[in-house]
Design a protein around this ligand. Structure first.
Ligand SMILES: [Zn+2]
Length: 133
């Protein structure tokens, strides 16, 4: 696992997990080659892409349960490993440096969805209480 934990490797690993069919615009489906990087997230250090076809912005986490989570790729990888090893939310939270509630919510979403992708039809919205991080 240690060799995965530089930012670049984590990003490419997550790319394979989140976008097995290829990294595309989350809005119009244009290939990432039709987008340009116009900034990097301050906390996530993640590239934000501006699609040349639809002019909207997306990143590696778009369309997944990690969208809008201000987590760096290394943190996401650590968290997923912890979940896979069935560690407690408190242990994972400590390792990753996020609140246990964040771990708890993400793990629950992961189990409910059965994948990293968010359901596209919005049907899974039962009680949309905010998740304080
Ligand atoms: Zn687009």
């Amino acid at each position: 696992m240690a060799e995965l934990l530089d930012a670049q490797s984590c990003e490419s690993w997550l790319l394979e997990q989140f976008h097995p069919a290829g990294f595309k615009c989350a809005h119009c489906g244009a290939d990432v080659s039709e987008a340009r990087i116009f900034r990097r997230g301050q906390r996530t250090r993640l590239a934000d892409y501006r699609c040349k076809r639809c002019a909207r912005v997306y990143n590696l986490y778009s369309g997944t349960i990690f969208a809008h989570k201000q987590m760096r790729p290394q943190q996401v990888v650590l968290l997923l490993c912890g979940i896979q090893k069935d560690e407690s939310a408190a242990t994972i939270a400590h390792e990753v440096g996020v609140s246990w509630r964040t771990v708890y919510n993400l793990r629950r979403k992961l189990r409910t969805n059965g994948s990293y992708r968010m359901p596209t039809n919005g049907a899974a919205k039962k009680n949309g209480h905010g998740e304080g991080a």
